[in-house]
Design a protein around this ligand. Structure first.
Ligand code: C2E
Ligand code: MG
Ligand code: MG
Length: 555
């Protein structure tokens, strides 16, 4: 065959007609992509008789090819969707053909007037409607090309259902098929529209996705595993199943499509060997990081149960006379082995895993109680500000959570403020506005934290019922040296005056910061210049004094 081999391959792969090649006894040796698209049967299924309809089609085709008496056959063949359809086949016997032995070649077309498969788009799986293995590599290559152009990366997640065969055995193929359709739907729900979900064969799927950050693949992997774990309802049976995932990354792991596919496959194999119901990266380093993340998650759960979280308080000070007028509640994690852990190291993971809701509710309750306790001890009344994460804010029970914390503590709502960030206000604006109105109606204050660093859209300042702006530390640290930062700080102060909002500068460390900000009309200052965040009892001592004459740089 020599050089003709590639040309033959090309014709075989790109022919619009289905091609089927049978051995001397008629047994089908090979079918092309068009055959797969027209009948819905993957080549592997035809070879192995993997499904009842593929086995029936194979046996019938073997008989047609073996007879080969007449050059033309027309009749019904079982398709992958379970229906029989009419096909025409032109048969040619090849004496000493491309396969080095006598064989029969059949060209297959849908019979005249035949309705196509329900989803007979080329390269799509008729059962689930997803792209199939025929165009899989093409989709991978396309994603890589795109990533190359934009300098981004691509994650390939290979998914296998764990012990799917047991479902087929227990409930039958039809139930198995129905489960696959549901799985396909859940996988599609887990990804964005620009990503691709492919059904490769049987219970094996692949997800091809462009990545903004490496950690995104972890987030999707966890989302997928969680989504599959929710029991399915199939023919009145509750069916529980888990999945294993192998993840390959481009360009970190592989430089081309076929290698990436192989690596994701290897990783899937590892996931199955390591006990299933989990994901594995191809790269050892990424596996180590993913394990560390899982470990952090487990430790955080324990920390909640063991009350290892503590709230520190950092004063907000009226610069003119050093009076403490408020405090920001800042969480710390007192880990028994690692000591004090700062929020930067765990808040993001808590957000992603959803644990932030529980942790955040705890901080709220705790801060309200603490503030009420100070008031009960006749200390000067101050407003305590609690940070709220996006996920907490978006929860439709959030307002109730706040109301409960207030009721439970007996704190008057005017002594509570919630710090939210600009990014929380993006997206579903109407819901955000009504949620904020409900919070304002409770009587709590609302400040925008890190103002100027988010997707600053000034329009929200007029739409959202905000009470305070907090100038981000990024501008404050530079006010005395960088004219641009100074100008921004000045503009924010002007803006808050014009809109009748309070303004707080956070992150003031130096006398020069305090001087600049107060000179320009920002009267409330928070920062190491006055005090670091302190444990409740130490903060109480400051509050008892009431005035911070000297900066407290104890911690
Ligand atoms: P944030 O809300 O902007 O809090 C201010 C951060 O700046 C705090 O860091 C505080 O310790 C630090 N800071 C204050 N003054 C100065 C200063 O003069 N110099 C410097 N270098 N830093 C200063 P922290 O406590 O590590 O908290 C970091 C972030 O973690 C917070 O930023 C907030 O976004 C988040 N966070 C803290 N506690 C909670 C919480 O209970 N819930 C949620 N969702 N997020 C929290
Ligand atoms: Mg804050
Ligand atoms: Mg801030």
């Amino acid at each position: 065959m020599g050089g003709n081999r590639t040309l033959l391959d090309f014709l075989f792969d790109h022919s619009a007609d289905g091609i089927i090649v049978g051995g001397a006894m008629g047994q089908p040796l090979q079918v092309n992509r068009a055959f797969e698209a027209i009948t819905g049967h993957p080549a592997a299924d035809i070879r192995t008789g993997a499904t009842p309809s593929a086995a029936a089609a194979r046996d019938q085709l073997a008989a047609i090819l073996a007879a080969a008496g007449s050059p033309f056959w027309s009749g019904m063949l079982p398709c992958a969707d379970g229906h029989d359809r009419r096909f025409d086949i032109i048969l040619t016997s090849v004496e000493e053909g491309a396969f080095g032995a006598p064989c029969t070649v059949g060209l297959l077309r849908p019979g005249h007037g035949e309705t196509p498969l329900p989803d007979q788009r080329f390269g799509h799986d008729p059962l689930t409607g997803l792209p199939n293995h025929v165009i899989f590599l093409d989709r991978v290559e396309r994603a890589l090309l795109q990533a190359n152009r934009t300098g981004g990366s691509v994650a390939l997640l290979m998914l296998g259902l764990d012990r799917f065969i047991l479902i087929n055995d227990a409930l039958g193929f039809t139930a198995g098929d129905r489960l696959l359709v549901e799985v396909a739907q859940r996988l599609t729900d887990c990804v964005r529209e620009i990503d691709t979900v492919v059904r490769l064969e049987g219970d094996k799927f692949a997800l091809v996705m462009a990545l903004a950050a490496e950690d995104d693949s972890v987030i999707v992997a966890e989302k997928v595993l969680t989504a599959i774990k929710v029991p399915f309802s199939i023919d009145g049976h509750e069916v529980a199943i888990t999945a294993s995932l192998g993840i390959g990354l481009f360009p970190q792991d592989a430089a081309d499509g076929p290698t990436l596919v192989k690596q994701a496959d290897t990783a899937l194999h590892h996931a199955k060997l390591s006990g299933r119901n989990q994901y594995q990266f191809f790269s050892a380093e990424l596996n180590r990081r993913a394990r560390a993340r899982l470990d952090l998650e487990a430790r955080m759960r324990r920390a909640l149960a063991n009350e290892e979280f503590v709230v520190y308080f950092q004063p907000k000070v009226r610069a003119a006379d050093g009076t403490i007028v408020g405090a920001e509640a800042l969480i710390r994690w007192n880990d028994p082995t690692e000591g004090l852990i700062r929020p930067a190291e765990f808040i993001t993971v808590a957000e992603e895993t959803g644990m932030i809701e529980e942790i955040g509710a705890w901080v709220l309750r705790h801060s309200c109680r603490q503030n009420k306790r100070w008031q009960d001890r006749r200390l000067p009344s101050i407003c305590v500000a609690v940070n709220v994460s996006t996920r907490q804010f978006r929860n439709r029970h959030f307002v109730e959570t706040v109301r409960d914390a207030l009721r439970d503590s007996g704190l008057d709502p005017s002594w509570l403020e919630l710090e939210i960030t600009e990014s929380m206000l993006m997206g579903d604006v109407d819901t955000a506005v009504s949620r904020m109105n409900a919070l304002r109606q409770l009587g709590v204050g609302l400040s925008i934290d890190d103002f100027g660093t988010g997707y600053s859209s000034l329009s929200y300042l007029s739409r959202f019922p905000i009470t305070t702006l907090k100038i981000d530390r990024a501008f404050v640290v530079d006010v005395d040296t960088n004219p641009k930062a100074a100008e921004i700080a000045r503009a924010i102060i002007g803006l808050s005056k014009g809109l009748n909002l309070d303004v707080v500068a956070e992150g003031c460390e130096l006398p020069a910061h305090v001087k600049f900000l107060t000179d320009h009309g920002c009267r409330t200052i928070q920062g190491f210049y006055f005090s670091r965040p302190l444990p409740a009892d130490e903060f109480e001592k400051l509050l008892r004094r009431g005035v911070l004459a000297q900066p407290t740089l104890s911690r």
